[in-house]
Design a protein around this ligand. Structure first.
Ligand code: NDP
Length: 419
């Protein structure tokens, strides 16, 4: 029996909520709260009669910690699942601390307003000291570690697929397959086709900020940064086929570099088709990816937010997306003195996801691990006060739950390596 407050009701939250409702012995009570309450009410109406979970809804602006705290006091949840946007992470963590509730999310903090002078000063210092220039990093949330420890509360960061499941794969490889992991290549392949010339699979603003930024990887104890999309490889993915993939900066590299002892190199690759890249480059060249407000006919508009309004809502891609995703990690290292390699991955079919929960596979592969992470906290399987990423916990119950709840994984002991 548990009571969970879920903040956000977009593409990923829709899947997480539907999956929680499939497991209604554990998720007995859910409050769906978001900026637009009508979306929460519509989901509640759709789920009623299909689950024993008691669902309530609420309106909340999660940028405001005091609003979230008021809602927590009223609802008294055991856990807050933040499936809104990375911009709200700190406000929701503050509210959880204030009210004494555990926390989880699916993406690490980044500010909505990149021109905020206080944030900029920190950001520029970090770029110089650390050597990567992504707008997001873990420092803001890791700074809450002591507060959560003292309060006896757990914050589980980034329990989506990547970050999230990819780190569980790393912890599993570390625990069961290797004595020493030398290299990790995280490969995120979406072989799906939605038929639009250009659309993103999750929140367009967050997605386009991420993929248009310089790439970086971890090697021999430091970051190496490269121009956006300047390292390209081809890979033949199981059940998807040959795809071009590009090296990106990605948040789990930062925590894995700290938590996988002696790892020499960690890279992240994502597949993109030529049409996606051409559209993105063009939009970037004309300034449509900018986060700086511009004056237009007496209004201030932020170009990337205006673009979001024009692009298809990722939550609507489900019925039209066909094909599969294949996401996983390739490891090299040693076991019992022998060199070894292994590839742990999941293949997910867009249409199968749509049949089950009405969403495409990107929302599915993120929403299921959010629910699985919540299960770990609510059942006490993962329970240590502080702020942690997925690889810092025992991977076994999480990996078992992935198999049970729709994201089965497999291990290839002889994969092709990425050069
Ligand atoms: P959507 O844009 O579809 O949904 C975001 C939801 O948050 C919407 O319901 C939105 O409300 C709500 N929201 C936004 N701002 C606020 C606010 N201030 N107060 C309350 N609610 C708010 O995003 P996605 O579902 O695609 O993504 C959700 C999260 O998952 C993001 O953080 C994303 O980065 C992360 N993600 C993680 C992945 C992983 O593998 N780890 C992969 C993909 C996504 P409204 O309806 O009013 O806009």
């Amino acid at each position: 029996m548990s009571k969970v407050l879920i903040i956000g009701c977009g593409g990923v939250a829709n899947v997480a909520i539907r999956k929680c409702c499939q497991c209604d012995d554990l998720f007995t009570d859910i409050c769906i709260a978001s900026r637009t309450k009508s979306k929460c009410d519509a989901l509640k109406a759709d789920l009623e009669g299909k689950t024993k979970t008691r669902i309530t809804t609420a309106q909340v602006n999660a940028d405001d910690a005091s609003q979230v705290a008021a809602l927590i006091r009223e609802y008294q949840p055991d856990l807050v699942m933040n499936i809104a946007l990375p911009y709200q992470d700190l406000a929701i963590m503050d509210a959880c601390l204030e009210c004494g509730v555990n926390y989880l999310d699916t993406a690490n903090y980044e500010p909505e307003d990149l021109s905020d002078p206080a944030w900029r000063t920190n950001y520029e210092k970090r770029c110089k000291e650390e050597g990567f220039s992504a707008y997001f990093d873990y420092s803001y949330q890791w700074a809450y570690k002591e507060k959560f420890e003292k309060a006896g509360l757990t914050a589980l960061l980034g329990t989506g697929f990547d970050p999230g499941v990819t780190q569980a794969y790393c912890a599993y490889a570390q625990k069961h397959l290797f004595d020493q992991i030398d290299t990790i290549d995280i490969l995120d392949c979406n072989g799906g086709d939605h038929g639009y010339p250009f659309a993103t699979n999750f929140n367009p603003e967050v997605n386009l900020r991420e993929v248009s930024a310089p790439g970086s990887y971890w090697e021999d104890g430091h970051w190496v940064e490269i121009p956006a999309m300047s390292i390209k490889r081809e890979y033949n993915f199981d059940q998807v086929g040959q795809k071009d993939m590009y090296l990106l900066h990605h948040e789990e590299i930062e925590s894995l570099a700290k938590n996988i002892p002696g790892v020499k190199r960690i890279r992240f690759f994502m597949t993109f088709g030529q049409s996606y890249l051409t559209h993105m480059k063009c939009l970037e060249n004309v300034g449509m990816l900018s986060t700086e407000p511009v004056e237009f006919e007496g209004h201030k508009i932020v170009p990337i937010q205006f673009l979001k309004a024009l692009l298809p809502d990722p939550a609507t891609l489900g019925p039209r997306t066909v094909g599969k995703t294949n996401i996983g990690c390739i490891f090299t290292g040693t076991k019992d003195g022998q060199e070894k390699k292994a590839y742990i991955y999941n293949v997910c079919d867009h249409q199968e996801c749509y049949k089950e929960v009405g969403s495409q596979a990107i929302s599915y592969t993120t929403g299921v691990p959010a629910m699985v992470g919540a299960m770990m906290l609510l059942t006490g399987k993962w329970n240590k006060p502080g702020v942690y990423t997925v690889e810092e916990f025992d991977p076994d119950p999480y990996m078992d739950a992935l198999n049970q709840w729709g994201l089965p994984w497999q291990i290839d002991e002889n994969p092709a390596l990425v050069d």
